[in-house]
Ligand binder design. Structure first.
Ligand SMILES: Nc1nc2c(ncn2[C@@H]2O[C@H](COP(=O)(O)OP(=O)(O)OP(=O)(O)O)[C@@H](O)[C@H]2O)c(=O)[nH]1
Ligand SMILES: [Mg+2]
Length: 303
């Protein structure tokens, strides 16, 4: 008997820092989406594609849900909302170590109409940080107060119970041909992930407002048959003072940034690259509608 293929879209939503990107990476078995301990790490909707046997799941990792305080966050919110449109299953990720019923209620209130039309899972993440007793308490609180199709406690970081989540998702997918070729794991181009890896390095190396003030643009990306690929990127910041911090005394800091980022990029691409970094100031870009509109449309940058 011929087995029919199943394929569908799964949107991963939740608060900043809940572990959405870690979960997507864990399900894919590959680091695609950048992960850092800082909230608001993810700025775009990122598609990760899982294909195994007769099933294909297209995961959309999204930015954390927030009340927008500036225009960049308005765009981030749109990325979340657009992920609902194609979703067969929506997974709401909560951080088990800081569970709050009020917050879940808020999410339900905010996305009432979108949530109603989808199969809805609740993932209680980070259970490696809490006792079984607390996990049971959270499960019972969620099942008493909210309507989910499935509630799954897991640890994305420790890869515990993640395979079980994937099996559950498969159950809910429609019969459909694959959306992408089997060997494709991401829908965004390589240069998008290169920019993300540079941004991840910035997030790890700098503190306070710097991580949130940097936009990474890939200005030039030449693949070369012989020799290393050439990548030129700009770090766009909001103020002159931030430019100075990024560069560091006598360029020491940006040199280290370049070295770390280059290693990550080489790991990701599986080949050697030559990476050149520049720092530019675009005053208040986070609230600059023209800038944001252009960057979101071009799709090659990382917001
Ligand atoms: N202990 C523990 N830490 C986790 C787990 N999952 C994620 N983390 C950590 O939580 C932090 C945030 O993880 P991310 O995956 O970046 O979270 P996110 O929800 O994608 O965050 P945003 O993109 O900012 O919305 C990182 O330091 C992760 O290592 C888990 O299961 N257990
Ligand atoms: Mg993320």
């Amino acid at each position: 008997m011929k087995m029919n293929k199943k394929a569908g879209f799964t949107a991963i939503i939740g608060k900043p820092n809940a572990g959405k990107s870690t979960l997507v990476n864990s399900m894919l078995g590959q680091s695609l989406s950048i992960v850092t301990p800082k909230p608001q790490t993810t700025r775009n909707k990122i598609f990760g594609i899982y294909t195994k046997d007769d099933v294909q799941i297209v995961f959309a990792d999204t930015p954390g849900i927030l009340d927008p305080k500036y225009k960049l966050q308005v765009y981030m919110k749109k990325e979340i909302e657009s992920s609902f449109i194609e979703a067969d299953v929506v997974i709401l990720v909560v951080d088990g170590a800081s569970y709050s019923r009020d917050y879940l209620q808020e999410v339900f209130d905010t996305y009432k109409t979108q949530l109603e039309n989808h199969k809805l899972f609740c993932v209680i993440n980070k259970i490696d940080l809490i006792t079984n007793e607390v996990v049971l308490h959270i499960i019972s609180d969620i099942s008493t107060n909210f309507k989910f199709d499935e509630i799954i406690p897991l640890s994305a970081y420790k890869n515990f119970n993640v395979a079980e989540l994937v099996e559950l998702i498969k159950k809910y997918l429609p019969e459909h041909e694959f959306y992408y070729d089997e060997e494709i794991i991401a829908s965004q181009p390589e240069r998008f992930f290169v920019a993300e890896l540079i941004r991840e390095t910035v997030l790890m190396m700098y503190s306070e407002e710097i991580p949130f003030s940097v936009f990474v643009d890939i200005d030039d990306y030449k693949e070369r048959e012989r020799g290393k690929d050439f990548i030129r990127a700009s770090l766009i910041v909001e103020k002159d003072s931030q430019k100075k911090i990024i560069i560091g005394s006598k360029g020491s800091k940006i040199k280290r940034l370049g070295e770390h980022a280059r290693k990550k990029i080489e790991d990701f691409l599986g080949k050697s690259v030559f990476l050149e970094l520049f720092v530019k100031v675009r005053k208040n870009w986070k609230n600059d509608e023209d800038f944001l509109k252009h960057k979101f449309k071009s799709g090659t940058s990382t917001l």
